[in-house]
Design a protein around this ligand. Structure first.
Ligand code: SAM
Length: 377
């Protein structure tokens, strides 16, 4: 269990409610690469940028606007559970995001569940595109979607002011894809969505693929070709223990090293230097200059030392790490009538208590009580 560098909040893992809520998984995993942290500061800074007690600047906010989803991806959902958490009204998301932006958040990614299912999405994107950061600049505004409804929404989203989009796609072969999503006809829908997003100028267009051994690891080489043919950046993601059921084992994770070896054997690659320290993906360009892939390796090569993210769940809770054992009820304070100053102070204090790192694969690792689809990936 982590010890917080300052007195815990009332709804944090304080001495009276230290009972972990997660599920214990005692599974070994490769030792993650974890850089040393600077000594904790004594108090959270009161001005932008937002910082945590480990010296990291937090400039990236992921906001789930629903935990409903129209896919039942086999590695994510059991297929028996629907939405689990309430949604805020769109104006409330906007009010909370505006507070974060005033405190130093520069990137906002809307996610879910499936964000394209959410009524009011275009209005929210429009409002957010007019919002300014603490430095008076427009937000970097992105969205993650499964792409099923994207064909007709890509242009309206672009027109509303969305900058970038990431489409999740776990196979390039239609039959494998539909076995994963459990939705007939889904592959054609997503492909049409990807092409519509590209035509609308939502660039660079990224495709996220979570790889699981024995499920879709036969798709690696096909994805490398897909990246080149469709002019998209494919990013392979290591599978994390964040599913609704119990599928995760160290053996099911296809690691960065393995992905690199396999793609490199089919099409030689060269690594591209990171644009910023907090970049989650390691980037590689094909040696002939056509196309790029990325690999996000939170399990085998954890990047917590450079993490710049916090999350807001669909029901308005702040999560300072995907693997947090505690949530911080920002919306509860808003509902109770807290003013902006009070909410800002709460955000600053909560972000300051962000966990140093996750503990995947370590003895005593605890799976969080919410799975990825209910947190907002
Ligand atoms: N519905 C949207 C979508 O499909 O992109 C947004 C939500 S979805 C939970 C966000 C991303 O999380 C998807 O790319 C999905 O593949 C990924 N994801 C889900 N479970 C995961 C896990 N256990 N490990 C790593 N990524 C996961």
């Amino acid at each position: 269990m982590l010890s917080l560098p300052f007195p815990p909040h009332r709804d944090a893992a304080g001495p009276f409610n230290r009972q972990p809520k997660g599920i214990r998984l005692n599974l070994p995993m490769a030792t993650p690469f974890l850089p040393a942290f600077p000594a904790p500061a004594t108090d959270p800074p009161v001005h932008p940028p937002l910082r945590d007690s480990h010296g990291r600047v937090i400039h990236d906010l992921r906001v789930s606007i629903t935990d409903r989803c129209n896919y039942k991806c086999v590695y994510c959902r059991t297929g028996e559970m629907g939405a689990q958490y309430p949604e805020l009204v769109i104006d409330e998301y906007f009010r909370l995001i505006k507070l974060f932006a005033g405190l130093g958040i520069t990137k906002v990614r809307l996610t879910g569940g499936e964000p394209l299912l959410r009524r009011g999405l275009l209005e929210l994107v429009g409002e957010l595109s007019r919002l300014r950061t603490a430095e008076g600049k427009p937000l970097d505004l992105a969205l993650t979607t499964n792409g099923h409804l994207l064909e007709s929404l890509a242009q309206p989203l672009k027109d509303a002011g969305l900058n970038r989009i990431t489409v999740s796609m776990d196979a390039v072969d239609a039959a494998t894809f539909e076995r994963i999503t459990r939705v007939p006809g889904s592959f054609a829908r997503v492909l049409a969505g990807i092409r519509a997003a590209r035509a609308a100028g939502l660039a660079p267009l990224k495709i996220n693929c979570v790889l699981l051994r024995g499920f879709n690891d036969d798709q690696i080489e096909g994805f490398a070709r897909f990246a080149r043919e469709e002019n998209v950046v494919v990013r392979f993601i290591e599978f994390m223990p964040l599913e609704e059921g119990r599928l995760w084992t160290p053996e099911i994770v296809v690691t960065l090293r393995e992905i690199l070896d396999r793609v490199g054997r089919a099409l030689p690659l060269t690594e591209v230097p990171p644009r910023e320290a907090s970049e989650t993906a390691r980037r590689y360009r094909f040696l002939d200059g056509v196309g790029e892939i990325g690999i996000i390796a939170p399990v085998s090569q954890a990047f917590c030392g450079a993490c710049s993210r916090v999350r807001l769940t669909s029901d308005g809770k702040i999560r300072t790490c995907l693997f947090s054992q505690v949530e911080h009820d920002l919306y509860g304070r808003l509902r109770a009538g807290a003013g902006d100053d009070e909410l800002r102070a709460y955000i600053i204090r909560t972000v300051y208590g962000k966990e140093a790192r996750h503990h995947i694969g370590e003895p005593g690792f605890l799976k969080p009580s919410r799975s990825m689809v209910h947190i907002g990936g």
